[in-house]
Design a protein around this ligand. Structure first.
Ligand code: ATP
Length: 376
């Protein structure tokens, strides 16, 4: 097994220097997974998040063994399954279960047969005897609260029950890592919320490591212990939902998650924790990551961390400006406020709503201001 810097055996999923290229129909080469190094700790809910085409499904398929990487190595629960000098482990022999889009259950098979399926494939000589398969299926159905549903057809189950069958099938072979490929993507929004909560509760109960692909940031924030934001085959940032939201390291992450104001940094400030910008000095909480000196930087701040006032205000990180747009969004109103050449978005729940053209004072807590790089 691989070891961490402290010499402790690492478990969960370890991906080192992984690359997978495809040749597109027009002959160009696409780096779907481009030098990805990532550790997913055992028992964590790990989400791969990014827009369509960023390579998250390809990365998941590399873990499952459904895609053969060009370079790098993969270790799952201490077992090397791909890498230089090791025999690549076939999908059915990897210590992972998989939950597909829309669960991919067989509608005409019973619940028990769906769950038993992974135990009935592969070379016959490796299979468990029938009675042991039945016992194991019963055990898993019991864990999932589906004991009385074993002989039902899939079509007779609710969405929540189908999710549990899919999960039962993924863990029946006794694996501790479950891979999820956007299982909730085609499900109605209200039901999806319920299923998401149930999935998270089951994952915590059972304690397996989840690797979950989605393009939905709200889903990622709600489910994840660890979020990995991907773009064009590369990892942009890995961290907790709070890290990613409050301490984005680059412009892409700041803009992909939530609504951020990005104000260009024009000079390093005369004091620590202060930078120069087109609207004057801004006091900041975090000077941001080190990076090449010539990489453009921005002060990133969340729209909901700004305030707006019609009475004159003064102090640090306070500006006067004019409202150019106001959009009521239910729990808040989004104001666009012009500060010279720079505009900021301010989410406020002030009532009554202020009209465009109004002169206002706006400001932001330095604790909500971090410097991000334009790109890595
Ligand atoms: P989506 O959410 O749309 O599935 P994704 O982030 O999961 O997107 P991938 O499906 O992993 O992205 O695709 C990454 C890139 O690799 C894309 O440019 C895609 O067109 C390309 N790609 C993926 N599979 C193949 C393939 N079998 N042949 C050629 N190109 C592929």
């Amino acid at each position: 097994a691989q070891s961490s810097a402290e010499g402790q055996p690492r478990t969960g999923v370890d991906i080192v220097g992984l690359r997978k290229r495809f040749r597109a129909p027009d002959g160009t080469i696409v780096a779907a997974v481009d030098d990805v190094t990532l550790h997913m700790p055992k028992g964590d809910f790990c989400v791969l998040l990014g827009p369509s085409g960023c390579g998250k499904t390809t990365l998941l398929r590399c873990l499952a063994g459904l895609e053969h990487p060009d370079e790098g190595s993969i270790t799952i629960d201490g077992q090397p399954v791909f890498g230089p000098g090791i025999r690549t482990v076939e999908p059915q022999d990897r210590p992972v279960g998989m939950v597909f889009q829309n669960y991919a259950l067989w509608p005409n098979m019973t619940v028990a047969d769906n769950v038993a399926f992974p135990l009935t494939t592969g070379p016959r000589k490796n299979r468990l005897p029938k009675e042991q398969i039945r016992a194991r299926v019963d055990e898993v159905l019991k864990i999932m609260g589906l004991s009385s549903h074993g002989s039902r057809a899939i079509g007779q189950l609710s969405g929540g029950q189908q999710q549990r069958v899919a999960l039962a099938r993924a863990i029946v072979a006794g694996t501790d890592v479950v891979l999820f490929d956007e299982p909730l993507s085609n499900i109605d929004a209200k039901v999806r919320e319920i299923l998401r909560r149930e999935l998270r509760a089951m994952q915590q109960d059972l304690g397996f490591t989840a690797v979950y692909v989605t393009h939905d940031q709200a889903e990622a924030m709600e489910l994840a212990d660890q979020i990995t934001v991907m773009r064009a085959g590369k990892v942009m940032q890995t961290g907790s939902a709070r890290d990613i939201y409050e301490r984005p390291r680059n412009r892409y992450v700041a803009e992909f998650i939530g609504t951020a104001n990005l104000i260009p940094v024009t000079s390093t400030g005369s004091e620590a924790h202060q930078v120069g910008t087109p609207i004057g000095p801004i006091r900041i909480a975090d000077p941001g990551p080190d990076g090449p000196a010539d990489t453009p930087r921005f002060v990133a701040s969340r729209a909901h961390r700004w305030w707006i006032d019609t009475a004159e205000r003064s102090g640090e990180n306070v500006w006067s400006g004019e409202i150019t747009n106001a959009v009521f969004a239910g729990s808040y109103t989004e104001y666009v406020v012009q500060l010279g050449e720079t505009s900021v978005r301010v989410w406020a729940d002030d009532n009554p709503e202020l009209a465009p053209g109004r002169k206002v004072w706006v400001g932001v807590d330095p604790a909500a201001c971090v410097v991000v790089l334009d790109h890595d």
